[in-house]
Design a protein around this ligand. Structure first.
Ligand SMILES: [Zn+2]
Ligand SMILES: [Zn+2]
Length: 136
């Protein structure tokens, strides 16, 4: 590809991986990108991700007991983590956006928020319902 600098292509590959994977960790992004770009090093992928987060192109999400994950959805939202399969789901709550964007609650100025709910994802819910149906 003439005219496209090498590091632009690398950045594009990392960004594409982020969009395809669901809230991946840096390692998951690296493993995904590596299949198509074997020459890309782990260090480069981590650096590109860190750069995206610093530029505000992606959001770094910290969930309890897990490596940092990367999210390409920038609209304020909370996360739900499935206690059965570990899947992370975006949860859009009414009022969340205005709170996350700097509300003052009880005199406290909110600057950032990472809200995590724990529960059962839609897939596991469906599976459970199928199993319940079988038992009857
Ligand atoms: Zn699940
Ligand atoms: Zn998300």
């Amino acid at each position: 590809m003439a005219g496209v600098p090498r590091n632009t292509k690398q950045k594009q590959a990392v960004y594409d991986a982020l969009c395809r994977l669901d809230h991946p960790t840096a390692t998951e992004v690296y493993e995904y990108v590596r299949s198509a770009h074997p020459t890309l090093s782990r260090g480069t992928v981590f650096r590109v991700l860190g750069g995206f987060a610093a530029e505000g192109r992606v959001r770094r999400v910290t969930l309890e007991g897990s490596d940092a994950r990367f999210d390409h959805t920038l609209a304020p939202h909370a996360h739900g983590r499935c206690r059965l399969c570990g899947r992370v789901t975006d949860i859009f709550l009414p009022d969340y956006a205005s709170i996350a964007r700097g509300a003052i609650c009880g005199g406290f100025q909110i600057e950032e928020c990472d809200v995590e709910f724990s529960g059962i994802c839609s897939e596991c819910n469906k599976k459970q319902m199928r199993e319940d149906a079988k038992e009857e």
